[in-house]
Design a binder for this molecule. Structure first.
Ligand SMILES: [Zn+2]
Length: 132
């Protein structure tokens, strides 16, 4: 008599195919929704509505951006959902979170727009991750 061991082997194989395929890309945010990599490739950025708000923010153009997500097609990169904090601006070698701040209400948001409290335009506020 001998036992067959095919079930654990199959389970291990299935797990291999389910690995997280997200990766990060860096480059210059050259124009809305467009990242230019150091080797000159132009990558079209997509994402949810809040993410789209960030990658089209005029105040961020010309900055170095790091984005975490997946290539949905050649030359097209889908950034992770806004709550996964998948975007950073690189400045002087530091990764900074992209946030927006209302001075009047002390309310922080993660996409540009008006403050939901006082309706004033929020300020861009790049922060080091350890800042709270
Ligand atoms: Zn406000």
């Amino acid at each position: 008599m001998h036992r067959r061991l095919f079930i654990p082997a199959l389970a291990a194989a299935a797990k291999l195919f389910a690995v997280d395929r997200s990766e990060s890309i860096r480059g210059k945010l050259a124009e809305p929704f467009t990242l230019v990599t150091p080797d000159g490739r132009r990558i079209h950025l997509t994402g949810d509505a809040s993410t789209a708000g960030v990658v089209k923010d005029a105040r961020l153009m010309g900055n170095e951006l790091e984005a975490v997500g997946t290539f949905s097609a050649p030359g097209e990169f889908e950034i992770g959902p806004i709550h996964t904090k998948s975007m950073y601006i690189i400045k002087a070698g530091k990764r900074l979170f992209i946030t927006y701040w209302c001075e009047v209400c002390s309310i922080r948001t993660y996409t540009p727009g008006t403050c939901w409290c006082c309706q004033e335009e929020t300020e861009l506020d790049l922060r080091e991750p350890e800042e709270k």
